[in-house]
Design a protein around this ligand. Structure first.
Ligand code: BJW
Length: 318
């Protein structure tokens, strides 16, 4: 049960009942309680790299092996994660109302929560879309859940650590805490071995050459890449057009801004677009500093629900 101020919950739910058209912008915080890391703030480092610094065409060109290791890890994590109650609550709202979700997430969890696909707009693509990097080739495929996508991208396994010896009285406490920290960083795979947590820079990772990476089956020469939108790249025009048509097709009563730092454009710009069509805004975020900065942040009549989206979203949409 989320602890939401009763007056806010009441005014929000009363307003929600009369809403005809509702828009949501969601970000990485929506999937945080499913165990997936966000981009900015704590957890935004992958090994020694800022996650956002790996999400660029320049990073891929400079070191495709490293960028593929990052995305292969994220594909694996997303496939191992489960949608949380917020994913399900948004899917339910989409089934019942004139409501669309603009998702910046690439993890597939909204789809797995059965969000109606025609009401789910993936602004930044999907980890499970794959496309060719060659300028001359138009190859792409959807819903490729192969994990790993090529053998060289398999997550390395580590042998279980020896348990600290019982008669090592002086070092016992220290060893126990080290052992449990290591355990929490590894997932048991059932064969007595564990998967290494390659997001930790202390875990060795092989250097891959382009030959180790997935290649295009059509042109035979181009490297494949994940079908996500990197910085400096355009968002999918069909998606943007469909969203713009929905936005233009009538007044908007409510804009939900869930688990996003609202720092990345053009996604963040939908808050203003919705306001211009009359929307009141409800922000659901762990961090009170991450209120969309358009206009003056929150305006009278808006709501800010602070806490875990996985708990708050199902509570306010009940
Ligand atoms: C919780 C929680 C819990 C935690 N419960 N909450 C206008 C002005 C300035 C710059 C630009 C502009 N227009 C375009 C740009 C350039 C650029 C941009 O926006 N730069 C800014 C950073 C300044 N945009 C682009 O390049 C875009 N392309 C474009 O505009 O093309 C045309 C063009 C090109 C060139 C020049 C001009 C125009 C493309 C942007 C693509 C972003 N791609 C990424 C990677 C996707 C693939 C991948 O996943 O790897 O998308 S970057 C990364 O950021 C990812 C995310 O979708 C995106 C947003 O992050 P998000 O989801 O908000 O995550 P966080 O971590 O930032 O926030 C998490 C939030 O959750 C926090 O608030 C927490 O507090 C909260 N939280 N746990 C609730 N349990």
């Amino acid at each position: 049960q989320a602890s939401i101020p009763a007056a806010d919950l009441q005014s929000f739910t009363e307003y929600l009942q009369g809403c005809k058209r509702i828009l949501a912008l969601v970000g990485a915080g929506l999937s945080a309680s499913s165990g997936l890391p966000t981009f900015r703030g704590a957890g935004g480092l992958w090994r020694s790299h800022e996650a956002t610094s790996l999400a660029t065409p320049g990073a891929f060109n400079a070191n495709p092996g490293l960028v593929w290791q990052f995305y292969s890890y994220r594909r694996h994590m997303a496939l191992s994660a489960q949608p949380n109650p917020a994913h399900y609550a948004l899917a339910e709202l989409a089934r019942k109302r004139d409501f669309i979700t603009l998702s910046q997430n690439v993890d597939g969890l909204s789809q797995r929560a059965h969000h109606p696909p025609e009401k789910l707009h993936l602004l930044h693509g999907s980890l499970f879309d794959i496309k060719c990097t060659s300028f001359y080739c138009d190859y792409s495929r959807k819903d490729d859940f192969t994990d790993p996508i090529v053998p060289a991208l398999a997550i390395p396994k580590t042998a279980p650590e020896p348990k600290p010896s019982a008669d090592d009285k002086t070092g016992e406490e220290a060893a126990k805490s080290l052992y449990s920290a290591m355990e929490s960083k590894r997932a048991e795979t059932g064969d007595g071995q564990s998967e290494a947590d390659i997001s930790d820079a202390r875990v060795p990772l092989p250097e891959l050459t382009p030959d180790d990476l997935p290649h295009c089956p059509k042109c035979k020469t181009g490297l494949l890449r994940p079908g996500v939108v990197w910085f400096g790249e355009s968002l999918p025009s069909r998606t943007l057009n469909a969203v713009d048509r929905w936005v233009a097709s009538g007044p908007i009563d409510l804009m939900l801004v869930i688990g996003t730092s609202s720092k990345v454009w053009p996604a963040a710009g939908y808050v203003d677009k919705a306001r211009r069509r009359g929307a009141r805004v409800a922000v659901i975020n762990m961090d009170a500093n991450d209120i969309p900065q358009s206009y003056n942040g929150l305006e009278p009549g808006d709501w800010f629900f602070q806490g875990d989206a996985g708990a708050i979203v199902p509570e306010i949409l009940k």
